[in-house]
Design a protein around this ligand. Structure first.
Ligand SMILES: [Ca+2]
Ligand SMILES: [Ca+2]
Ligand SMILES: [Ca+2]
Ligand SMILES: [Ca+2]
Length: 627
């Protein structure tokens, strides 16, 4: 194995400091053998003299050697580096080798030509800067992920007619716009989307949050959707953002949580300014919070808002993101709600139709300074194979991503400040965030879609920009991540005003591709090239006693490389929905044992499932291979 050592300039965490997550300087005259990806961070001479920084050293052996070297200081650089190089080889030995993955912008060649309309009025209305989301979902049940892009509309009357866009996957890397006549071609000021088969008829239905009232669209088959909002009893004329389907009461019918943001109307719009004279987009401190919704699925096509009686009706919350997780591993799906400038909420499902809020005691309500951050999107995933779901939260600029490690005792510890994830995300304003294993090595990596809310932010904060580049962190194991954003192709150096983000293997080559929606700009489709050098397994569920999509089911995969798991979930990221099939990276392993634990309590086990397959696990009939 070959590894290359880099020097890293000392950095600090002052907001705006330009060295954060940036300067990696090659050590003069020292180019030992390293892996093409495996940059090991080695402290520079200044830092060695002053002692070691644990933050920089991803391994205990490195840490010990660094300490010894610094006690001997001033150690000749060569000795310290030689010792560290030795340690680096030890370190690399217990990690999967990095493979070369590039993300290629294939938006145009795939036939995606969508541009989001923020409906800019000239008044800088708050909603104009916060939309919209996107979804990968298989609307026609052919096994290939299709695309839905949510749209806004003009605030000023008499403007253009703009609607959401539905793109059918042609199975050859291209998509066809099939919006017209689909029933989704309805004008609305849309924000977020959540997908599930709420009536268990085998077809994926669509929920879209919109300013003037959300919409529930029933999938009728043949590419047609019917707006059933009114008949369903759903009334959410609110500033809804992200939404998520979950079966919180395990009755086999998925229910719906809708994160509502603030009390806002064009009439009540407030004046905010960055420079004291011209209007800017307000931060949410200016507006009152509002209650989110929990729609209980009654099963006859109707829903009942039970947020109040379930204990989710907090009027002070300013919610933008939601992720479903079972953080205490009792089988009941809990909710993490990301709030903008208000404490985040962690609602523990008590299993009796009610939830108990534990965000503060669990340590996820605030940043490490005890201040509520501007939280946007969120996701949950087991990035360290501890068997527990941890939390990822996208936060405002000059606030890091939140990477809350679930300690298993009801407490979470934010690991971002002590890792590359925090340092590299400090300046970014992150909306869509998720865990996904882009290199299929079996360890979930981190993606963040970024973009500021204020187009003139660069004028008053020179270190912060309106358009921002996305971030990709490779999971190195041992709670360490590598910021690989600059090494996965030019698409990751293109700045944009990103909002939503979702993933799916749209080209069926095994690896996960990324869809990004931008505010008042084009959607972006990034194809993963090279991730499938490692092996993979894609698992799609079909519930019978449980809900049809298997939302809330836990899939465990065990291969030679170890054990991993994930839970089927709707929601997460920001205003967006990723594919409901779960993709597991298997590294070099040729097969895996698969176990599915359904929300109904049923359990199924399958031995020696071959790698590089798409399988369907039916709660009644068991496992079958898909095309
Ligand atoms: Ca359906
Ligand atoms: Ca239910
Ligand atoms: Ca990975
Ligand atoms: Ca792919």
């Amino acid at each position: 194995m070959r590894v290359r050592i880099s020097w890293r300039r000392p950095f600090n965490l002052h907001p705006g400091d330009s060295s954060v997550g940036q300067a990696i300087l090659p050590a003069a005259g020292f180019q030992p053998a390293l892996s093409e990806h495996g940059r090991i961070l080695v402290p520079g001479k200044r830092r060695l003299k002053g002692g070691c920084s644990h933050d920089w050293l991803p391994h205990k052996t490195l840490w010990d050697i660094c300490e010894r070297a610094s006690r001997r200081a001033p150690a000749p650089q060569g000795i310290a580096i030689a010792a560290l190089a030795f340690a680096a080889v030890i370190l690399m030995a217990d990690q999967a080798p990095a493979i070369n993955v590039q993300f290629t912008d294939v938006t145009a060649q795939a036939g995606i030509h969508f541009t989001h309309n923020a409906g800019r009025s000239g008044h800088k209305y708050l909603p104009e800067t916060l939309g919209a989301g996107c979804a990968f979902f298989d609307f026609d049940g052919d096994g290939w992920p299709d695309i839905l892009l949510v749209n806004g509309k003009d605030f000023n009357p008499g403007g253009r007619k703009t609607t959401a866009a539905l793109y059918h996957n042609n199975h050859d890397g291209t998509f066809t716009d099939v919006t017209k006549g689909s029933g989704l071609d309805v004008e609305m000021y849309g924000m977020g989307v959540a997908i599930a088969d709420y009536d268990n008829d085998g077809r994926e239905d669509v929920y879209i949050t919109a300013l003037e009232g959300d919409h529930l669209f029933h999938n009728e088959g043949n590419g047609k959707f019917r707006d059933v909002t009114q008949a369903a009893g759903i009334q959410n004329a609110n500033f809804g953002a992200s939404a998520a389907w979950l079966d919180y009461d395990h009755d086999g019918k998925v229910d719906l949580f809708v994160a509502n943001y603030v009390q806002w109307s064009a009439k009540g719009d407030l004046f905010c300014s960055l420079d004291g004279s011209t209007k800017s987009y307000c931060t949410p401190e200016s507006y009152k919070g509002t209650r989110s919704r929990l729609y209980h699925n009654l099963g006859n096509g109707r829903f009942e808002d039970v947020a109040e009686k379930a204990g989710l009706g907090d009027p002070t919350s300013k919610s933008l993101g939601v992720t479903v997780l079972d953080y205490n591993n009792d089988g009941w799906p809990d909710l993490f709600v990301a709030n903008d400038t208000q404490p985040n909420k962690l609602y523990r499902n008590l299993g009796n139709g009610t939830f108990k809020e534990e965000g503060m005691t669990a340590g996820v309500a605030y940043g490490e300074d005890g201040v509520a951050r501007g939280a946007m999107g969120a996701d949950a995933g087991d990035y360290d194979r501890s068997g527990r779901p941890h939390l990822l939260v996208g936060n405002f600029s000059n606030q890091m991503l939140g990477l809350y490690h679930n300690e298993g005792n009801g407490l979470f510890v934010d690991e971002a400040p002590s890792s590359t994830v925090g340092r590299s995300s400090l300046l970014s304003l992150s909306f869509g965030v998720f865990f996904f294993d882009y290199d299929l090595d079996g360890y979930p990596d981190i993606f963040a879609a970024n973009g500021h809310i204020e187009d003139e932010i660069g004028r008053v904060q020179p270190k912060v920009s309106y358009k921002e580049t996305p971030l990709l962190f490779r999971n190195l194991g041992n709670h360490r991540f590598d910021n690989v954003s600059s090494r996965v192709g030019p698409a990751f150096s293109k700045a944009m005003v990103a909002r939503g983000a979702a993933y799916a293997d749209f080209d069926h080559d095994g690896d996960l591709d990324v869809l990004i929606s931008t505010n008042n700009g084009p959607a972006v489709l990034l194809r993963n090239d090279g991730g499938n050098r490692n092996h993979w397994l894609s698992v799609r569920l079909a519930g019978t006693k449980s809900n049809r999509d298997g939302i809330g089911a836990v899939v465990r995969v065990e291969s030679a490389g170890g054990k991993q798991w994930n839970m089927v979930r709707s929601g997460s990221s920001y205003c967006s929905q990723s594919d409901l099939a779960l993709t597991f990276g298997l590294g070099a392993d040729a097969s895996a044992n698969v176990e599915v634990k359904w929300p109904s309590g049923a359990k199924q086990q399958f031995k020696n499932v071959g790698a590089n397959e798409r399988v369907l696990v039916d709660e009644g009939r068991g496992l079958s291979k898909l095309q």
